[in-house]
Structures are given as C-alpha cells and as structure tokens.
Design a protein around this ligand. Structure first.
Ligand code: DGP
Length: 123
C-alpha cells in the first residue's frame, strides 16, 4: 500500500471538504472527526492532512513536525473528549490483515464504555 496513495479515498475527500464531517479538532497538520459508524459512545478518527496510506507510510515519509503534531493531537482529542481518565483504545488498522477500509492513515479513538478484550480468540 505505501507509495500508492489514492487521492479519491473518502478521507482525502473529507480533507478537501468535498464531503462533510463532524469535526472535533483541526490544526495545520491534523484533522479529527467522528466516525460515521460509531462502535462506542465516543468514536473519533484522527488523520494527518498529508497523503499517507497507513502507519508505515506515515512513519517513513512524514516530517518530524507532522509526526509530532499527529500524536499530540491524538492525546489532546482523547483528553478533551473525556477519554483519558477512564481509559480508551487507539487503533490503526493497517492493510488487508488489519482490516483497513480507508487507505488514508488514521487512528480510531474508542471509549466511553468498557471495551472488553481487544480481540476474540479466533483461528
Ligand atoms: P478502517 O477500517 O480502519 O479503515 O476504518 C474506516 C472507518 O471510517 C470506519 O470505521 C468507518 C469510517 N468512515 C467511512 N466513511 C466515512 C465517512 O464518510 N465519514 C466518516 N466520518 N467516517 C467514515
């Protein structure tokens, strides 16, 4: 996936404001918005504005300023959404086995209830 960024993916379109989102946070490098199919009382997606397909691509090609801004935003949003105190989950689905649907790097922030085990014990 790295190196083959698809400019027509849904998050690229949200960044270009071609389709709306429920915005939670934004700065020069980062946008955070509510997931359209929430799996928990709080379900927020944090994305870089830059064109990176996944966490591997982001870590390889993003500038130090983008990487710093991204992870600071993850923590800021978690805190401001009231997730830090009770705990939450940050997930970056990556590639086929990771079940990544949208090929623009994103971290899911999930919280607002006890989330249970990370995975069920499937084969
Ligand atoms: P992933 O499987 O990690 O690629 O998750 C993609 C998430 O993106 C999924 O939880 C649903 C969410 N999503 C897909 N389309 C839209 C959209 O148009 N708007 C918003 N806010 N979220 C979307």
């Amino acid at each position: 996936m790295p190196g083959s960024y698809d400019n027509s993916n849904i998050f690229a379109r949200i960044l270009r404001e071609e389709i709306p989102c429920s915005k939670v946070y934004e700065d020069a490098h980062v946008l955070a918005f509510r997931d359209i199919r929430p799996l928990a009382p709080a379900h927020i997606l944090v994305i870089p504005r830059g064109a990176y397909t996944d966490v591997v691509d982001f870590s390889a090609r993003a500038s130090a300023a983008e990487i710093e801004a991204f992870w600071r935003a993850v923590a800021k949003v978690a805190k401001e959404e009231g997730l830090s105190e009770g705990g939450f989950r940050a997930i970056a689905n990556t590639g086929l086995n990771g079940g990544q649907e949208v090929p623009h790097f994103h971290v899911h922030l999930l919280g607002g209830r006890a989330l249970g085990p990370m995975l069920t014990r499937a084969a």
